[in-house]
Design a protein around this ligand. Structure first.
Ligand SMILES: [Mn+2]
Length: 416
């Protein structure tokens, strides 16, 4: 895998290729999207080299012969890549070096498409974001697991099915194409790391998720007697198991993909393997110790009007202990032309806790917004604590997530 990535990049840099295929993941650059793009690009490369070997062996080639190349692109800047802590963890674990990854700001893609024959494959999304709009005439294939709204595809091969993860669709597509070549399982055997990554990022179906919930609770040190059906736990664990809020449900097709990979990888105790993978990804996702305060504020950020709403996988109380926390919030407010921030924190390590803080550019703004949020108690159950540069609070209603805050904040902005 490393060799494929590094040779491809050096060919791209030295302009030493015939045709170029770009496999582009989506803008969230979550694990599903990143792994889908990486594995599918590697597969296309493998497929090409299998066919090429038959059609054109070395002795027929002259010096001007150039290979086609297949590059995966992670749709995030190189600078912001550390924010995707679970992707960083997963790729590092599979020995994929960051310097062999291609990020959206690494090349001038507009220039690339003007000088070579280009095809584009979209994974984990089916329409281009404005930044990459110029790629739309070159799209030849789409693999996605979201519902299609108002879009039609002409001359584009589409694999669009509503399943839990795009990685499942990639698994099926690779399996199918390799079968057509009479080379079942060969790609995954040649690049075992791809099967392992798809397995990490894929989603098992719901009946097995129930079992996983129980194990995750046990291993994660949560009280063993928690009511699994109670909403706060359900939300977090579903989110954990799925690593994405957009599509929560694993389907039989996801289960099929995961089981197929487990057979290839000869995993005997699938249950243990899935649990340990999920748990290490969960802890990687909430391990923000390597991030600076300003990175942490950008990691999971929503903006509504002039209100900045960053949410953390740690308690806000913990964030506020960083010496530059307040100055970073003020800086983030200015950068995003906002006047007040609602920081939301969560901790799962010991028991589920939620807290937050309102920090505004002026004292008035801070107090006004906190009072507005509190007026919705008991719906949020906010209890204010002491803090010098804003209002710190704990949230006793554990079931309320950022969604509830966003609804209240939308009212707040509308009523101003
Ligand atoms: Mn996805």
């Amino acid at each position: 895998m490393e060799e494929y990535l590094s040779t491809t990049i050096s060919k791209l840099k030295s302009n030493d290729y015939n045709e170029l295929t770009i496999v582009l993941g989506n803008e969230s650059c979550d694990l599903d999207s990143a792994v889908s793009a990486l594995v599918y690009a590697a597969f296309l490369h493998w497929q090409y080299s299998q066919i090429k070997c038959k059609a054109c062996t070395g002795k027929y080639r002259d010096d001007s012969y150039k290979d086609d190349i297949f590059i995966p692109i992670l749709d995030v800047t190189r600078n912001d890549y550390p924010l995707k802590t679970d992707v960083v963890y997963c790729l590092k674990k599979h020995s994929i070096n960051e310097k062999n990854l291609i990020f959206r700001d690494d090349f001038d893609f507009l220039q690339l498409v003007s000088k070579s024959k280009v095809s584009v494959v979209l994974t984990d999304h089916h329409f281009l974001c404005p930044r990459f709009d110029f790629l739309s005439p070159f799209v030849t294939e789409i693999i996605d697991h979201r519902p299609v709204v108002n879009a039609s595809f002409t001359n584009i091969r589409t694999t669009i099915e509503l399943v839990g993860s795009c990685c499942s669709l990639i698994t099926h597509r690779v399996r199918h194409l390799a079968h057509l070549m009479n080379k079942d399982g060969e790609f995954f055997n040649t690049y075992p790391v791809t099967a392992d990554m798809l397995h990490s990022a894929g989603r098992p179906n719901n009946s097995r998720v129930q079992k996983l919930h129980r194990s995750i609770l046990t291993y994660s040190g949560l009280p063993a007697q928690v009511d699994l059906s109670s909403r706060p736990y359900r939300v977090i664990i579903l989110d954990t198991v799925n690593f994405s809020k957009d599509v929560n449900k694993g389907t039989p097709s996801d289960e099929d993909a995961v089981t197929y990979l487990e057979r290839l990888m000869r995993i005997d105790d699938y249950h243990k393997e899935r649990c340990s993978k999920l748990l290490s990804l969960l802890s990687a996702r909430s391990d923000v110790s390597s991030l600076s305060s300003s990175q942490l504020l950008r990691k999971d950020l929503k903006i509504l009007g002039d209100v900045l709403v960053p949410s953390f996988p740690i308690l806000v109380k913990e964030f506020l202990q960083r010496p530059d926390s307040i100055s970073s919030v003020v800086e983030a407010l200015k950068t995003n032309q906002c006047t007040v921030a609602v920081l939301l924190g969560m901790d799962l390590k010991n028991e589920l806790q939620r807290d937050g803080a309102v920090i505004g550019l002026t004292r008035d703004k801070t107090t006004q917004l906190f009072q507005y949020l509190s007026s919705f108690s008991p719906s949020l159950g906010l209890v204010s604590g002491s803090m010098s540069d804003g209002v710190y609070f704990t949230q006793s209603n554990l079931a309320a997530t950022r969604k509830q805050y966003m609804t209240i904040l939308a009212n707040y902005i509308g009523n101003k």
